[in-house]
Design a protein around this ligand. Structure first.
Ligand code: IPM
Ligand code: MG
Length: 358
């Protein structure tokens, strides 16, 4: 039996970009003489429309049986007003999926490909030397999940609670240190320790775990300063480890340094090799179904799957260098064009990457 991949295309551009990632995986099967099994399931708004729930039980049980999940995107204006909000695609599907599967570590590499230096939101003297930042985001704790949460006083008062335990901080800190060890041996921990109690516990724990990694240089930075430094001098960062909400915000910021949200993959991991792989961008309903979306973030997410879930480092590199070659040869979807280049659609971008895998 081959590895089982749960395929969850979701809403908006999800199906189009997942289709291209699947074509790339088929090419990997051929080139590396292996076979994967695929099972597709409903998630998000389309699942709500069809079954009344954005995360149907069959989808969750498929995910629990699978070795890895390839995820497109969920949500869109059509489902923004669903009541209660816990049935909306984001709150009712994506967050519970992460939580139920114990996917506490979210890896978001923000890499600027040399060919795209012109599309970075920053001036080329700041990014000319390239950029390669890894955001390690805690994914199933903090203010996203803390209780109590909700409205009181006849709806006139709202509460969200930020909670972290030592154990939750320790396990994500270890992911950060291990990642730093494999890269430049520098880890920057981001918190708001001047204000938040959870951040003081965060800093204390990260420092304590750091004593087990004497080869990694640990620094701490406040989140507001980090947001500023990312645009002032992004090259100073290598691995960043941070809590759920800060990681959400900083990873979107980091992505713009690299040119486009459409380029950035992610892996959400637990303790074993199982993982959920998704582009960090959303469902882009405005361009859905038009063959305009950039499939590269999803293709690069599939490469992360090959690396982390299937231990196929060579195949992962093959996909990543094919993406790099495609860009170097000038292939551009609309979101990464900086003017003058010929713009290709979603499918043709997939064709070009697959051709470069030869
Ligand atoms: C992300 C997204 C999600 C998050 C939303 C869609 C719930 O922004 O994956 O970064 O906040 O985690
Ligand atoms: Mg986000």
């Amino acid at each position: 039996m081959g590895k089982l991949i749960a395929v969850l295309p979701g809403d908006g551009i999800g199906p189009e970009i997942v289709e291209q990632a699947l074509r790339v995986l088929h090419k990997v099967e051929e080139a590396f003489e292996t076979k994967f099994d695929y099972e597709e399931a409903l998630i998000g708004g389309v699942a709500f429309d069809e079954t009344g729930h954005p995360l149907p039980p069959e989808t969750l049980s498929l995910c629990k049986r699978a070795d890895a999940i390839l995820f497109g995107a969920v949500g869109g204006p059509k489902w923004d007003q669903i009541q209660p909000p816990t049935l909306r695609p984001e709150l009712g599907a994506l967050l519970p999926l992460r939580k139920e599967l114990g996917l506490f570590a979210n890896l978001r590499p923000a890499r600027l490909y040399p060919a795209l230096a012109g599309s970075s939101a920053l001036k080329s003297d700041l990014v000319g030397g390239g950029l390669d930042i890894l955001v390690v985001r805690e994914l199933i704790g903090g203010i996203y999940f803390g209780e109590p949460k909700g409205r009181t006083d006849n709806g006139t008062r709202a509460v969200d609670t930020c909670v972290y335990t030592q154990g939750e901080i320790e396990r994500i800190a270890r992911v950060g240190f291990e990642a730093a060890r494999k890269r430049s041996k520098r880890l920057c921990s981001v918190d708001k320790a001047n204000v938040l109690e959870t951040s003081r516990l965060w800093r204390e724990m990260v420092t304590r775990i750091g004593s087990e990694y004497p080869d990694v240089e640990l620094t701490h930075i406040l989140v507001d300063n980090c947001a500023m430094q990312l645009v002032r001098n992004p090259a100073q960062f290598d691995v960043i480890v941070t809590e759920n909400l800060f990681g959400d915000i900083l990873s979107d910021e980091a992505s713009m340094l690299t040119g486009s949200l459409g380029m950035l993959p992610s892996a959400s991991l637990g303790t074993g090799t199982f993982g959920l792989y998704e582009p960090i961008h959303g469902s882009a309903p405005d361009i859905a179904g038009q063959n305009k979306a950039n499939p590269l973030a999803t293709i690069l997410s599939a490469a992360m799957m090959l690396r982390h879930s299937f231990a196929m480092e060579d195949a992962a590199k093959c996909v990543e260098s094919a993406v790099e070659m495609a860009l170097a040869k000038g292939a551009r979807t609309a979101d990464i064009a900086s003017g003058g280049e010929e713009i290709v659609g979603t499918k043709v971008m997939g064709d070009i990457v697959i051709r470069e895998m030869n």
